[in-house]
Design a protein. Sequence first.
Length: 438
Amino acid sequence: MRSNRAAAVGAVTMSLALAVSACGGGSSTDGGSNDSPKTLTYWASNQGASVEVDKQVLQPELDKFEKQTGIKVKLEVVPWSDLLNRILTATTSGQGPDVLNIGNTWSASLQATGALLPWNAKNFDKIGGKDRFVDSAIGSTGAEGQDPAAVPLYSMSYALYYNKKMFADAGISAPPTTWAELIADGEKLSKDGKWGLGIEGSNPSENIHHAVVFAKQHGADFFTADGKPDFTSDGAVEGVKQFVDLMAKDKIVAPGNAEYAQNQSVSDFAKGKTAMLLWQSASSNLKTQGMSEDDFGVAPVPVQSGAPGTGDSVNSMVMGINMAVFKNTDNVDGATEFVKFMTSDAEQKILNTAYSSIPPVKTAQADAAFNTTANAVLKDTLAKSAVAAPQVADESQFETAVGTAIKELFADSAAGRAVTTESVKAALEKAQQQMPTK
């Protein structure tokens, strides 16, 4: 692990052409300060069908917080395609928001920058204690043996969403359970300008989530046990190729999906342009876009054979959103109070209902509101067949390097260029060379 903030993210941030966003800021001491006790800035991740939908969900809750505490929260909803780069730029400049959402897969790498407030026992006590949160969510808050870098906010897993009418019209009686079945179904469904499956080929983070699962199903990890990159093993290459081949070889994904990075695949599914979607907790997003719960079904993500489980039957990463506080906030007490508010039982029920996600707070998760059919699939996946992202300091660089390599492979496919085992291995080898040296 590199000890200084710039070194930890340098491999990524050197390539960024982003302006520094000076939101929050203030003291650079490890514990922050309380120079601006009545204001907070908050970067929220785009969880809903659009940034505007998220504002409609979040602003009433922020107004509620201001009424209770007198602290005004300035909200910015940041699209996923921009969020990691925005955060990395903020960590190197020291000028970020007071509070922010992070993908839980980024926890260890952002922890290594030293820019985030550690959630030690004292800080957890301020929000009701660490034991309020389920173990799987806490397991994706930072490197093992260190105080978490963030607090769980929303828990999710991937599922397969399928259009019931399109399946019935194609004579398909049940959702696929294996990739061979998914491809066979996708071939029946890919006709008349419609396609079997939608993906987000230009979104590096989405690519990584699927790549990790496909590699696991081929018995591979992208890092060795001691945290060294291992991107070109046979299993990793086979897994990435199988994923890209859904477009390149199997022809069940529209070539235009190679350019998707802003939830367009969700919109296509909601409009009946595609029959299947691999997504995290999509129900509320789909309903916002006009689909009834009766229009779509929810099933586990396929495996190579058999049923989802551990080992090579993993079918999702442990997905979720964590809430972090920048160390140099001008309002450390207010920021902590805001985290407490957002992870309270009442807010957990409101927010996770709005986003069809699973509360990572035990008592909220037990509420009857989260016992829907769709949530049963997500809960079962999280409990039995999901794997945590690599909890290594270089995880964000991994997402950028390998996720971008897969993006370029999809672009090759869309342009009619062959995607071969050799070209996949070369792309992953190039990605590994971009990783920081120890």
